[in-house]
Design a protein around this ligand. Structure first.
Ligand SMILES: [Ca+2]
Ligand SMILES: [Ca+2]
Ligand SMILES: [Ca+2]
Ligand SMILES: [Ca+2]
Length: 746
């Protein structure tokens, strides 16, 4: 596999770290006459546009239709990508509509998770986001009826048959005995899970029919390691990594794959419904159902896919996850080690854990392939109701997939999620959901986690309440962001990150990125990451961070808080509260590079928005508080370079901006040479602050003539050439009043 990180670095063009190289070649354009500017900090009479973006474009003779990319040009680029996600081209072509896409998506997820707590609904929705809708609604999945006589035994016999395995006479009689005191209705429910698994197995196997069976084991092992591989020195056995992605990624019949997942997931969902209210349904319409007692049962039996355990006795249990196809535990503080609710091997491709009570501990070490709601070439589901739980893993866990479906829903309690790589809503070639209902939770990871989508993936982390802490470790270096990004911090790709397989520089096999979403619906939250995070996109990837309420803190470095490199669509969207946003280095906060679209939208509150780094005596960047601040890098707060759309919108509140770079607040640089097709492609940078008394702390720096200084109730422009000035748009505007259509959902 050819080097992901190296590729990340090659195309970061040096001029973007400062504007000194461009100062000699100032644009001829001046600020549009209709917008009062530059103001030298003197407030002037202002317009009150009912469409601010339409208004500022109009000042230079543009409309939303003309101030965008040439659509055909985008199609040529998009056609060079495998597995481009369906929404991408539409919003790439129509960047002003991208926020509405984000509002719809986050609103749907909000309702599905916070209001309805409907795990299947989110799974179905995720499926649709990857471009498939084979089995997105449970009511259309064919019914499965356990037999009236010996339902569990006959369902198990069917599963054995489908797996070409032998249901021995010994096992049969042992099971008959074990079931003697198990209520028939519970046996039927367990039978339903087994019948669902038989269907899931059929569709999962069929989904893989176009890939050589003898290569699956190697692909499984690669998927386990993929994001942990040092791409510059891949181990000999995985030099074919990008080819596995290319071949298996495209060989999978995702319609079949998700149909299988839907059967298995509905099986788990029906069981959860039953556990919440154990009863025998009414025999006829209008009849009464009959409550039953399912407590005090300890049942364990073998299936061809692993053991099945049902434990409703009042004790604390310990399980080895990889031994089980199904664990249901309704009492006590339990411990789950290894691949619990996860596809621990190629043969153990369906696994479900349902734990409905207690403070539980889930632990997986670095030898565990995947854990805690993770699917690699299969399906892994984990549901934990109640209690303060601890989820600890190394890699591939807590809502994770690679060629699969991995889902973790945790309800109530203050939970602790800890992992390293590919954890907490991390999807590659499939669906990963981590949903936490309520509680003050902590999420800790390093890499490709916390709402991450690689090619073909939809990965989301949704937390519905509480004051939460999201950390993608910046400082304990494992993937230092080398070559000028930020040597002192890690690459993250976390907290709403989309990423693809880039092959244009060497090797080919380019595959468009997936979608990563981090969504938090209440509470005062803390978001912290290194480089690439908090709504970031790379290589046709989409990254979204939505925070609905509360006073939140965001900090990160380079390509963060809606910051993009190379064909990304990103949006950070914070709806209320007094928030603080800090960025240590460049291209962030509605900062877009190389055919990217980045929106930063903060809808209310008194916010602090800043970018600077601590520096030492020599002016070099430091992570220590040296007491000395300096700006390191630009393309901030609504800035666009190399044919991009960087839009920063802050509505309401008395905001404070503290910046030490000129290349911000609506700074644009189209940068294309006339010999390039890019020369005719648009580039737009917009900084818009509406309402409040805002303070701009921008230490005196010499501004080129015609730029104007940002200030309360004023307007300005910030152009740099080279490039085609006719195709580069800059506007910074601070207004008392005005409506921004892009910030409206309804
Ligand atoms: Ca428990
Ligand atoms: Ca629990
Ligand atoms: Ca929260
Ligand atoms: Ca907020």
């Amino acid at each position: 596999m050819k080097n992901r990180i190296l590729l990340l670095s090659i195309c970061i063009l040096l001029p973007f770290f400062g504007c000194s190289a461009q100062d000699e070649t100032l644009p001829e354009k001046k600020a549009p006459a209709a917008i009062p500017a530059p103001a030298e900090n003197t407030p002037t009479a202002q317009p009150e546009p009912d469409d601010v973006i339409g208004y500022i474009l109009e000042q230079e003779g543009f409309t939303r239709e003309t101030a965008r990319y040439i659509p055909d040009g985008l199609e040529i680029l998009a056609n060079q990508q495998a597995m481009l996600q369906l929404h991408f081209l539409r919003y790439w072509k129509n960047p002003y509509e991208f926020p509405k896409y984000v509002y719809r998506l986050t609103d749907f997820q909000d309702k599905a998770c916070a209001e309805e707590k409907d795990a299947f609904k989110l799974f179905g929705f995720s499926q649709i986001q990857t471009g498939h809708r084979a089995a997105s609604r449970p009511e259309y999945i064919p019914e499965l009826k356990p037999s009236e006589e010996k339902p569990l035994q006959s369902a198990l016999a069917e599963l054995y048959k489908d797996c070409d395995a032998d249901f021995s006479a010994e096992e049969k009689s042992a099971l008959d005995k074990a079931l003697e005191n198990v209520p028939m209705e519970l046996q039927k429910q367990l039978a339903f899970v087994l019948l669902s698994a038989a269907e899931a197995k059929y569709y999962r196997d069929r989904a893989l029919r176009n890939y050589p069976k003898d290569k699956l084991s190697h692909a499984f092992n690669y998927a386990v390691k993929s994001f942990t591989i040092d791409d510059e020195n891949p181990p000999e056995e995985f030099v074919d990594g990008s080819l596995i992605n290319w071949e298996l990624g495209q060989a999978i019949d995702y319609d079949d794959f998700y149909t299988g997942a839907a059967f298995a997931f509905r099986g788990a969902a029906e069981m959860r419904k039953f556990l919440a209210n154990p009863e025998i349904p009414a025999k006829e319409k209008g009849g009464a159902s009959e409550k039953i007692d399912i407590s005090g049962i300890t049942l364990e039996f073998n299936t061809p896919l692993g053991k099945a355990g049902f434990n409703s006795a009042n004790d604390n249990n310990a399980y080895r996850g990889e031994e089980y196809f199904l664990i249901i535990d309704t009492f006590g503080n339990d411990t789950y080690r290894g691949a619990a609710g996860a596809t621990g091997s190629l043969d153990h491709f369906i696994s479900t854990v349902i734990d409905t009570a207690g403070d539980d501990h889930y632990i997986a070490d670095e030898k565990t392939p995947c854990a805690q709601g993770a699917g690699i070439l299969g399906y892994g589901f984990l549901f934990d109701n109640n209690g303060n739980d601890k989820f600890e893993a190394t890699n591939n866990a807590q809502g994770m997939c690679y060629f699969g479906v991995g889902i973790l829903w945790a309800y109530g309690g203050d939970d602790d999620f800890k992992g390293h790589t590919c954890v907490q809503g991390s999807a590659s070639f499939g669906i990963a959901n981590l949903v936490k209902i309520g509680g003050n939770d902590s999420y800790y990871a390093y890499y490709t986690s916390q709402g991450f989508g690689f090619t073909g993936g939809y990965g989301c982390l949704i937390d519905t309440g509480g004051n939460d802490r999201y950390v993608a470790e910046p400082y304990k270096l494992v993937h230092a962001a080398t070559l000028g990004h930020d040597n002192l911090r890690n690459y993250s790709f976390c907290q709403g990150a989309g990423w693809g397989q880039r092959g244009d520089i060497f090797g080919g096999h380019s595959m468009a990125g997936g979608t990563g979403v981090l969504q938090d619906l209440a509470g005062d939250d803390h978001y912290e990451c290194g480089v690439y995070g908090q709504a970031t996109g790379y290589w046709y990837g989409t990254g979204i961070l939505h925070d609905k309420a509360g006073n939140d803190h965001y900090e990160g470095s380079f390509f963060v808080q809606s910051g993009t490199a190379h064909m990304g669509l990103t949006m950070l969207y914070d709806e209320e509260g007094d928030d603080s946003y800090h960025v240590w280095k460049a291209i962030s906060q509605g900062g877009a590079h190389d055919y990217s679209v980045s929106f930063f939208i903060d809808k209310a509150g008194n916010d602090l928005v800043s970018s600077w780094s601590w520096v030492n005596e020599k002016g070099e960047q430091s992570v220590e508080n040296t007491g000395k601040k300096a700006g390191i890098g630009g393309t901030m707060t609504g800035a666009a370079i190399n044919n991009s759309f960087g839009v920063f919108i802050n509505i309401g509140g008395d905001d404070t901006y503290e910046f030490y770079t000129k290349d911000a607040f609506g700074w644009c640089m189209q940068n294309a040479d006339i010999s390039s097709g890019r020369y005719d492609m648009f580039n737009a940078a917009m900084f818009i602050d509406v309402g409040g008394n805002d303070t701009y702390i921008i230490p005196q720096m010499e501004l080129p003539e015609g730029w104007g200084a940002p200030g309360n109730n004023t307007a300005w422009k910030r152009y740099s050439t080279p490039g085609n000035p006719k195709m580069s748009f800059s506007c910074g505007i601070d207004l008392e009043k005005g409506v921004i259509k892009e910030a409206l959902y309804k």
